[in-house]
Ligand binder design. Structure first.
Ligand SMILES: C[S@@+](CC[C@H](N)C(=O)[O-])C[C@H]1O[C@@H](n2cnc3c(N)ncnc32)[C@H](O)[C@@H]1O
Length: 300
């Protein structure tokens, strides 16, 4: 039972939670998403990990292969797995230095050691504006200071222990999603949470990596998922309800998920929107087209 009893079991033995605040993070959507996932499978694959809300909700014993193209994120997970104490000691030091000047000094720095890089990443994520991750055209992190009066909690010691244990039982990768999806075999479960297709051309936030994620990338992802589904892999994909996505996943079951996006620099664009979860192994309901036409797509 990899996910199905999550809410009951989590009360008895809490599982790890994401360390970072991440655009598109799935923590708040767990109650809507988990019931749609397969009850049983062999290995769990997450090719677009981000902060890993779904991965961390997984049964601790389930073997997992996790991946993100963002090299800083990858290195952070390696440090959390191998050197959690050194990392938290450095974060304590940073918390004592908390100020706007310290934020910009650290942002401008280019540390070499993996532990300093990981501490910088967490500090900027927790104290920067709205938990955004944004790179400029030179690949430099350019999010402004979050202007909180006091330093927010940078980590929770118990959670770091759980995260370390979970990561020790996983393969951690830093490559393109296609390579990871190709590794999945019959009976495995692949959950994809790619950068979303924009609902309108001005609303796009999909620049977690310097290259962005184009329409052609969305089609390449669907092709890789189709190949996996043909091998007998369970594949589920989250995305926006943009017309492109409803079209390319037209042959899969589509579930509409009510979401509230909090990461947007403009507060009036932080309201509720519909996104989708699409699954390769279920039949589409006969009334899909009427469901689709009733969908209130919110175009910000
Ligand atoms: C929507 S976020 C995932 C959010 C995650 N589910 C969570 O709960 O935090 C998408 C992630 O895909 C990663 N990404 C972008 N392009 C990628 C690619 N070609 N291959 C693998 N990962 C990629 C980004 O770095 C980003 O972390």
């Amino acid at each position: 039972m990899a996910f199905s009893e999550y809410f009951e079991l989590n009360k008895l033995t809490p599982r790890a939670r994401p360390i970072l605040k991440w655009a598109g993070g799935k923590a708040q959507l767990l109650p809507q998403l988990l019931p749609h996932f397969p009850k049983q499978f062999n290995r769990y694959f997450e090719p677009f990990l981000g902060a890993g809300a779904i991965y961390f909700a997984l049964d601790a014993k389930c073997p997992a292969i996790i991946n993100d193209a963002n090299p800083e994120l990858y290195e952070l997970y390696l440090v959390l797995r191998d050197h959690p104490n050194k990392l938290t000691r450095l974060l304590d030091k940073y918390a004592r230095k908390y100020s706007e000047n310290f934020y910009y000094d650290l942002r401008a720095s280019q540390p070499r050691s993996p532990i300093s890089k990981a501490a910088r990443f967490i500090f900027l994520n927790k104290t920067g504006f709205n938990g955004l991750y944004r790179l400029n055209s030179k690949g430099q992190f350019n999010v402004p200071f979050g202007k909180r009066e006091k330093c927010p909690q940078l980590y929770d010691s118990e959670n770091v222990k759980r995260v370390t244990e979970r990561l020790k039982k996983s393969q951690i990768k830093n490559c393109d999603f296609e390579k990871v999806i190709q590794m999945a075999k019959k009976g495995d479960f692949v959950y994809c949470d790619p950068p979303y297709s924009p609902l309108s051309r001005t609303s796009s936030f999909n620049s977690y990596t310097a290259g962005g994620f184009s329409d052609a990338e969305q089609v390449r992802l669907k092709n890789a998922c189709n190949e996996a589904a043909k091998r007998g892999v369970f594949v589920a994909v989250s995305n926006s309800s943009a017309p492109l996505i409803l079209n390319i996943y037209g042959d899969w079951r589509v579930h509409f998920i009510k979401a509230r996006r909090s990461i947007n620099s403009k507060s009036h664009l932080r309201g509720p929107i519909h996104e989708i979860l699409t699954t390769s192994w279920e039949m589409r309901p006969k009334n899909f087209n009427s469901l689709r036409s009733r969908l209130e797509v919110c175009h910000p």
